[in-house]
Design a protein around this ligand. Structure first.
Ligand SMILES: [Mg+2]
Length: 324
């Protein structure tokens, strides 16, 4: 288990014609991304490479050509472009994309793994959130879930984070989670165990959502044999536009769509919130978990719904000077 007390995010600002577009990268160590590698991608970016900032296909092609991998950096650059274009056209990005509404699903809120005796307190602290998410992987997983269930009857999602290494172990845990009335399970088995996951999907009474098994580049037809849905995160897909294509593709294969996030601030979470307008589930609590959040944007309303504003561009505002 990893407990992070600090984490790097890297911001980018693109300025032209007196308008600034903002983007944020939350580098993912799983894919060898670091703050340094993100900055290297930003440095390789040259506005001369962009003939027409309004041509999003061309913008994405250019950003995609900058480096192999490095999806969080690419997501940040595209975010900054979309923010700039929306501001220039005096239109919110969600309107440019004809979003069905400005309200997404209710977001889940992650309660940190603690020793079971502290769970009741954690549940109380999360009172404002209608759906809780728990990351498993401690020696006390069952006690934690039991304590949560003693404290609340709210919907609870669990993230097994690839923790179960055989179908038998997974099924034993799933049977327990069925008894505990758990809504969803994220990534029960390692992403390398596709065949086992395919068996597990046949057996599981609880919907299974791919997180580590879905980076954006897998065949969704294949994935639909092993999972009921996918967790799309901008930092994995590297692009909001590409994520939108994946949402449409997931629908064709009957897959549910969750929009997730990394530990990131309101800038990247607002971009994710825009995607959630087309999703079944939202897990957009990164900005609620960080100590320092220089941006404002997406709001979780009093009923827990992800709510966008009508400001131009992504709809974020910089509250604190960070680009000196
Ligand atoms: Mg996960």
């Amino acid at each position: 288990m990893f407990i992070y007390t600090s984490i790097d995010v890297v911001y980018v600002a693109l300025e032209s014609e007196g308008i600034t577009g903002y983007g944020e990268a939350a580098p993912n160590h799983r894919y060898n991304e670091t703050a340094e590698s993100v900055i290297a991608v930003f440095k390789s970016f040259d506005t001369d490479g962009i003939d027409n900032p309004y041509d999003s296909v061309h913008v994405n092609e250019y950003i995609g050509s900058l480096h192999k991998g490095e999806y969080s950096a690419k997501a940040a650059l595209e975010m900054a472009f979309l923010d700039w274009v929306g501001k220039k056209l005096k239109t919110p990005v969600h309107r440019l994309w004809n979003a069905p509404s400005t309200t997404g699903p209710k977001t889940s809120f992650t309660i940190g793994i603690d020793e079971p005796s502290l769970i009741a307190e954690k549940v109380k602290e999360a009172e404002a959130f209608p759906i809780l998410k728990v990351k498993l992987g401690s020696p006390y997983d069952r006690e934690i879930i039991e304590e949560i269930r003693k404290a609340t009857s709210k919907p609870v999602l669990v993230d097994a984070n690839e923790g179960w290494k055989t179908v038998e172990v997974a099924m034993e845990n799933i049977r327990f989670l069925v008894d505990m009335n758990i809504e969803l399970i994220e990534q029960p088995m390692p992403s390398s165990m596709h065949a086992e996951m395919t068996r597990l999907k046949q057996l599981s009474e609880i919907p299974l959502i791919a997180d580590e098994s879905f980076t954006g580049r897998e065949d969704l037809g294949e994935l639909s044999h092993a999972f009921h849905g996918i967790n799309i995160k901008l930092m994995k897909t590297g692009s909001m536009r590409f994520a939108m294509q994946k949402i449409a593709e997931a629908r064709k294969h009957g897959l549910k769509v969750m929009i997730g996030c990394m530990v990131e601030t309101s800038l990247a979470d607002t971009a994710s919130a825009i995607l959630s307008l087309w999703a079944d589930y939202a897990d957009i609590d990164g900005h609620l978990l960080v100590g320092r959040n220089p941006f404002s944007g997406v709001v979780i309303d009093k009923n827990g719904y992800v709510t966008l504003n009508d400001k131009y561009g992504l709809g974020v505002e910089l509250a604190e000077s960070i680009f000196d």
